[in-house]
Design a protein around this ligand. Structure first.
Ligand code: ADP
Ligand code: MG
Length: 336
């Protein structure tokens, strides 16, 4: 098990990572999700031993890695820009780590052939890596990282340079390989769709700390903050004000929410579509009907994305007319 314990790092006197703690269990894929510049790559570099924390520790199976140089950590890295050796062919790129460990010629041949099959590149052995497409180069990089059977795999925005259709295929392949090999992995991205597809657990990074840590479905059901809801595009974040005990007034109606807030306090509510019966849900949560005036309708895959006045977006099977007032069943929850 990998553990980061209270990792602190700043650049040019500006705090970057103020207190990062998390664990990655055997066979688990965690996803670090955060905006550009939030420190994701720095966290990976620190884990890899290419950069150093000012405070805190990186432990593997309870052993502090501070004294272990990068090449002895047994961690595999896959970057956005592939990082392949341009002067070596596909076979030699993948074999690189195995040769460093003095594996026998037969062993190397067998392992590389199996890896090429695993990443769908059988027969590519003697191709020049510079002649490959982006998707193929990233597959080679993945095979190279897998070759020495690393104790941990780290992916730094590995699909960032690829087209949408390629992205989906490769993401699913990475997912399958991680499930099969059970190698624990840290996958870094700023793309919430990728995060929800690949992660067993998502860690949201914001202003130097992990502000939400949970399974994709837990986070989807309960983002807990307006920031996470907005970042992940979960439901609609709406401003409200406490106007009486347990009563919160918004542009979409006044909701009875059992929540400890004082009268006059400003709050933010999360409004999501909900087919469940009306009534009270868990604490601080209620299911109600609201009226929306349709402002815009957009066709999205198998349904219509409907924007209502006041900035609420919902989804419908049949397209309403612009200007129509529709009744929508929603779940309302207090975020702050
Ligand atoms: P992310 O991968 O989330 O985009 P990074 O970890 O690459 O974020 O970097 C976060 C910030 O840290 C950068 O915007 C930059 O200001 C700073 N930073 C990172 N590496 C260095 C460095 N080597 N020297 C100075 N500043 C750096
Ligand atoms: Mg980065």
């Amino acid at each position: 098990m990998l553990e980061l314990r209270n990792v602190v790092k700043s650049y040019e006197d500006k705090p970057l990572l103020t207190d990062i703690s998390f664990t990655v269990s055997q066979g688990e894929t965690i996803c670090l999700l955060g905006a550009s510049g939030s420190g994701k790559s720095t966290i990976l570099r620190i884990i890899a031993g290419l950069d150093f924390p000012e405070r805190g520790a990186i432990l593997l199976n309870n052993i502090d890695l501070a004294g272990t140089p990068p090449h002895l950590r047994d961690f595999g890295l896959v970057f956005q820009d592939y990082g392949l050796f341009p002067h070596l062919n596909v076979f030699d790129n993948i074999a690189f780590g195995l040769k460093m460990r003095n594996a026998s010629v037969d062993e190397i041949k067998q392992r590389v052939t199996a890896l090429l099959e695993q990443v769908n590149l059988s027969g590519f052995d003697s191709r020049r890596v510079t002649d490959l497409s982006g998707g193929e180069q990233q597959r080679v990089a993945l095979a190279r990282a897998l070759a020495p059977s690393p104790r941990l795999l780290m992916f730094d925005e590995p699909l960032g340079a690829l087209d949408r259709s390629l992205k989906e295929d490769l993401l699913n392949e990475i997912r399958n390989i991680l499930r099969q090999t059970k190698i624990p992995a840290i996958y870094v991205t700023h793309d919430q769709e990728e995060a929800f597809t690949i992660a067993d657990r998502i860690l949201v990074l914001h202003e130097g700390t992990i502000i939400r840590d949970g399974t994709p479905s837990d986070i989807w059901k309960d983002p807990q903050s307006a920031f996470v809801a907005k970042l992940l595009g979960i439901g609609n974040v709406v401003d409200g004000e406490v106007v009486a005990e347990n009563k919160i007034k918004t542009d979409f109606g006044t909701f009875n929410l059992n929540f400890s807030k004082n009268i006059g306090e400003k709050v933010q509510l999360l409004i999501t579509e909900s087919p469940s019966p009306l009534g009270e849900g868990r604490r601080g949560e209620v299911r109600e009907q609201i009226q929306l005036t349709v402002e815009d309708v957009l066709f999205k895959q198998d349904q219509f994305q409907v924007k209502g006045r006041g900035g609420i977006t919902i989804h419908m099977k049949e397209a309403p007319r612009i200007g129509e007032v529709i009744t929508v069943q929603v779940q309302v929850k207090c975020l702050s």
